[in-house]
Design a protein around this ligand. Sequence first.
Ligand SMILES: Cc1cc2nc3c(=O)[nH]c(=O)nc-3n(C[C@H](O)[C@H](O)[C@H](O)COP(=O)(O)OP(=O)(O)OC[C@H]3O[C@@H](n4cnc5c(N)ncnc54)[C@H](O)[C@@H]3O)c2cc1C
Length: 485
Amino acid sequence: MASPPPKTAILWFRRDLRLADNPALTVALQSCERVIPVYIHAPDEEAPWQPGGAARWWLHHGLSALAQDIADAGSRLILSCGASLPVLRRLVQATGATQCHWNRLYEPATMERDTTVTQALRDDGVRCESHNAGLLFEPWTLKTGVGEPYRVFSPYWRRCEPKLAEVPTPLPAPRALPVVPTTLESLPIDALGLLPRIRWDQGLADTWEPGAAGADKRLRRFLDQGLGGYGDRRELPAVTGTSRLSPHLHWGEIGPRQVLAAVRDACGDLTAGGAGHFMRELGWREFSMQLLYHFPDMPARPLDPKFADFPWRTQGADALLEAWQRGRTGIPIVDAGMRELWHTGWMHNRVRMLVASLLTKNLRLPWQQGACWFWDTLVDADLANNSQGWQWAAGSGADAAPYFRIFNPVRQGERFDAAGDYVRRWCPELAALPERLIHAPWAAKPALLEQRGIHIGRDYPTPVVDLKQSRAAALAAYEQVKLRA
Ligand SMILES: Cc1cc2nc3c(=O)[nH]c(=O)nc-3n(C[C@H](O)[C@H](O)[C@H](O)COP(=O)(O)OP(=O)(O)OC[C@H]3O[C@@H](n4cnc5c(N)ncnc54)[C@H](O)[C@@H]3O)c2cc1C
């Protein structure tokens, strides 16, 4: 008599590209003898926020690393392309699976897709279960005293901090995974078409190691070299003062519970010193997701409705946007940031704030245009963090920098890049300038520029806007908004 087929679960990987602390995987292994790991490339299901160019590059390498980890554990990652539901149904049919497990996502499009998939598979008689791998606190678990979502970070974090002690310890990675039938077909990774056809990605490859092992290395290095001084060094773009875990966290190659546990092991106290500062930044990630969940229009529309009709610039807008994108505004710290972004797919947080302030205030271009450029060029492009970051910078967010507080990029550069090392690295045409002029080359005497071989207006642009005048124009535009409110 033929033996009955093994009890089978499908494990649907999405943005949880790891084996450790992966509750969907752990539960699937506990409840079934056979687990079929699958990744389905279905960018249209995330429309209009399909992964951008840099994110696709990351995904290609992150999936390759995951496939290797799964192979090392004795199984095989099935790669597929196309609408998720038919792919999952085909797998159910081919394997006789009775369960499907995945870890939750919280963007409007992915939540809608997951609801449809759940209903359809349940109608087919498949048990569907979703789990939390991506957040310390899921968006619906914390509300204000009057039952509203939090709109202001400080009270949100005050509520979260005491609960950090209750966050479950991370789950271990399974030592071995059950074998996947050889009859199940999988696409080769190249068939997903994630890498750029014109190869602009060398800088990304030189900077990052996508995958869970790369995430673990970044975390260990940060704990050894960065965490203690994080409070002081996190604002300095010229040094590696932050963890650079953001793309790994976005793709779920490491989860926040793993980060929390490692920080606790290293420091004990999660609320003081460098650890306290660092956990607070992780808190911004939680807060942003909470905002996106409760305000799903956040990527497109200002959370503060008085900004809906903001008088953005019309004349000359395209040329200014292009100068900003290419790192050719003539404002050194801004150009350094935009070039770092283009070359590495990442930009320091302080500089993200400065380039966003220049775009939305001095250039008076809509924050959505900046958010779209970041979306395409950041390896950590994340709908919640990016939308929240841009709305914060533009002054239209829930808990935002007030519009009238306009960063002066020269003063900011002098404060956070005092020796000018960051500008020298990314704008080498200015490298010969002395410290006192590196953030304002237009103030240098012609004789000095001549002597140092620097030609402003030829090798490096003259500023595309006058900082003082454009600041005044931005404030005048804001007055109109205030009057309308
Ligand atoms: C205009 C703008 C756009 C941004 N777009 C994104 C984005 O698309 N994706 C993204 O992950 N972050 C975004 N950020 C937030 C922040 O700049 C990055 O998370 C941070 O620079 C990542 O570097 P890190 O990993 O070294 O951070 P660390 O300082 O080491 O912080 C640890 C982690 O906390 C989280 N975090 C830190 N700061 C923030 C923050 N301000 N908001 C939300 N989460 C935070 C990140 O997950 C980060 O990896 C944006 C900020 C601004 C101002």
